[in-house]
Design a protein around this ligand. Structure first.
Ligand SMILES: NC(=O)c1ccc[n+]([C@@H]2O[C@H](COP(=O)([O-])OP(=O)(O)OC[C@H]3O[C@@H](n4cnc5c(N)ncnc54)[C@H](O)[C@@H]3O)[C@@H](O)[C@H]2O)c1
Length: 277
């Protein structure tokens, strides 16, 4: 049976997970492979990328790994070269990398402000800038009516922290996540006629390893169960989402099912951002 991304080549940045369990990037990488894609699992931590690739291989999928800090221009360029060497093309770029740390605004240093801009925002500009010309070399896919339906898709992982106050002071996180939206929108319109779509996913409060270390003091006084309870209670659904929720949305946006969707901001947040209070 052929999947909705059969034989497409997908780069997933931050394809590992910072802790045990399923992060957004790791779940997305596995779901891309289950949809038939060949995955380049990119991470600054080689062991984390290797774990994801071995899960994919264990399920009969295809994945290779590449080690890179995607906030560095030379590493991003090397990543793209490696993808072309191994798979010959790039159909989907999934920008998952992002870091979080609460800090009151008046205590934030210049270095912290700059690091968040580099990792959360500049990394997405760098990967898009480098991948877009490569996607433009792909042939257009055509639908049954002979219409061109695209030759590349970009999925950028932002956050509802970019559009809402979530109860945690982290201006550097909110600002960089918010800026991913105009970045995505600009690329979407600039490249619409060239067959490349760009969309953003805004996860809400997700139960992933990423939040455990930086947020457990803020939420639960160091107690993980209390943190989970507090975050569940913040969600209209009564529970947090998880990495699979983000991954399923990403596979949809990357696939031809979403061929007429570009420049969109898809909240995967259980209604969090729809609620007034
Ligand atoms: N969990 C949530 O509640 C939540 C909510 C909203 C948005 N998000 C977003 O989801 C994304 C992260 O999801 P995750 O669960 O996969 O996170 P994660 O922290 O588990 O990170 C995934 C991987 O990214 C890698 N990484 C970090 N910095 C990197 C860099 N500069 N270059 C290359 N790799 C790097 C880490 O080594 C890790 O293996 C972020 O963009 C985050 O802002 C998460």
């Amino acid at each position: 049976m052929s999947g909705k991304l059969q034989d497409r080549v997908v780069i997933v940045s931050g394809a590992g997970s910072v802790g045990p369990g399923w992060g957004n990037g790791k779940a997305a990488a596995v779901l891309y492979a289950r949809a038939g894609a060949r995955v380049l699992a990119v991470d600054m931590n080689p062991d984390a990328a290797a774990e994801t690739a071995s899960i994919i291989a264990g399920e009969g999928g295809t994945a290779e790994t590449f080690t890179a800090d995607v906030s560095k221009t030379d590493r991003v360029e090397a990543m793209v070269e490696a993808c072309l060497d191994r798979f010959g093309r790039i159909d989907v770029l999934h920008n998952n990398v992002g870091v979080v740390a609460p800090k009151p605004t008046a205590e934030l240093s210049d270095a912290e402000w700059d690091r968040f801009h580099d990792v959360n925002l500049k990394s997405m500009f760098l990967t898009c800038r480098t991948v877009l010309p490569v996607m433009e070399r792909n042939e257009f896919r055509m639908d049954a009516d002979g219409r061109k339906i695209g030759r590349g898709a970009i999925v950028n992982v932002a956050s509802i922290a970019g559009i809402r106050w979530l109860g945690v002071p982290y201006i550097h996180y909110s600002v960089t996540k918010g800026a991913i939206l105009p970045l995505t929108r600009t690329i979407a319109v600039e490249y619409a006629a060239r067959g490349i779509r760009a969309n953003a996913i805004l996860p809400g409060l997700m139960d992933t390893p990423m939040v455990v270390k930086p947020l457990k003091e803020t939420y639960g006084g160091g107690d993980l169960a209390r943190m989970a309870e507090a975050r569940d209670a913040q969600c209209p659904t009564g529970y947090m989402g998880d990495g699979w929720d983000v991954g399923h949305a990403a596979v949809f946006l990357a696939s031809d099912d979403a061929r007429y969707i570009t420049g969109a901001e898809l909240a995967v947040d259980g209604g969090f951002s729809a609620r007034a209070a």
